[in-house]
Design a binder for this molecule. Structure first.
Ligand SMILES: [Zn+2]
Length: 333
């Protein structure tokens, strides 16, 4: 019998949850989506995710023995090490929920949790616009702005396993106040929410209306000029801080306004003088809505192969199949 290589990939956002069966080469064998509706609570969510996951598995033609486990990419903040979701902003009602423990229990498989921006970046790295890159930075621009860094196929983690918040790179000293407590963040000028809010103050209905109106309306054009400068500034900071060989721009707003984002990105790269020309390449994401489930599924496969299963004791005396990411390597003294 062949060893199991496929995985369930789950992508959780504030509006919807996508679930897919992902082959080891990144193909999506079957997928479905369901509304997130986090306010219905965690018991309800566990039941709905479990039912849909089983249905998708059935539709893929595989059985549970073919799966190495489950990868979850979830709108953060999340705690990959403990398995808890702590995002009152877009997932109210789920604060403190240990989704890893819940789904490991109902699905009977090892489960790994990651930030959704990291999962999407991993998806693009292995199977989309990031293929062939060694150091990749991905910006995901939609309702908010997420960022992720992949180094040699591994998700970059900060201190204590924390996820870097690239969406909060400061780009305008006098810019709008941000919920992170500072002003002039990239997210507060370039996200769909930010462009939509700036537009509404001038009578436009939303971000899409601003983009549409900018062809003939100078006020809309001005909002986009500000947004474009914010992106150019952020890309300059990313290039000079990390010198990645690939920057991938993804997310719903990039998919809808690809030319705008690529032009701003290329303008920013054209101004870089301290790195060899073409050292950094820029691309729009290719996997669309599938990046999250592909990346989450691939992550589960990667983790299962690099880390043999073990049981983890829980506070209530029960235990789960291995769910914890590989601990950081110790630094030799
Ligand atoms: Zn901020």
């Amino acid at each position: 019998m062949k060893p199991p290589r496929s995985a369930l990939g789950i992508d959780i956002g504030g509006t919807k949850i996508a679930i897919g069966v992902i082959a080891a080469d990144g193909r999506v064998l079957a997928s479905r989506a369901l509304p997130t509706e986090s306010r219905r609570g965690t018991t309800d969510a566990t039941a709905r995710i479990t039912t849909t996951a089983r249905l998708v598995l059935h539709e893929s033609g595989l059985d549970v023995e073919a799966l190495v486990g489950v990868g979850i990419g979830c709108s953060g903040p999340v705690a990959p090490l403990s398995g808890e979701i702590n995002n009152p902003h877009t997932l109210p009602g789920w604060e403190g929920w240990n989704i890893v423990a819940s789904l490991a229990h109902t699905l009977g498989l090892p489960v790994w949790l990651e930030n959704d921006a990291d999962a999407a970046a991993l998806g693009e790295y292995c199977c989309g616009s990031g293929r062939g890159a060694e150091r990749l930075v991905m910006l995901t621009v939609g309702t908010g702005i997420g960022g992720a860094i992949i180094v040699d196929g591994e998700i970059y983690r900060g201190a204590g396993g924390e996820h870097p918040e690239i969406g909060h790179i400061p780009v305008a000293g006098e810019g709008p106040e941000c919920y992170c407590g500072r002003s002039g963040c990239l997210e507060s000028l370039l996200s769909g929410t930010a462009i939509g809010a700036a537009g509404q103050r001038l009578g436009f209905s939303n971000a899409a209306d601003v983009f549409h109106s900018a062809k003939s309306d100078q006020r809309a054009q001005q909002i986009l000029t500000t947004a474009q400068r914010a992106l150019e500034s952020a890309i300059g900071t990313i290039v000079h801080s990390f010198a990645p060989d690939r920057i991938v721009l993804g997310g719903g707003l990039v998919a809808a306004q690809k030319a705008f984002f690529l032009e701003a990105g290329r303008t920013a790269l054209g101004r870089v003088r301290l790195l060899p020309p073409n050292a950094v390449t820029l691309a729009a994401a290719r996997l669309g809505n599938f990046a999250g489930i592909i990346g989450a599924g691939r992550w589960a496969t990667q983790r299962a192969e690099s880390q043999p299963s073990r049981r983890v004791p829980l506070r209530d005396g029960k235990s789960l199949v291995n769910t914890l990411p590989v601990p950081p390597r110790e630094i030799p003294r």
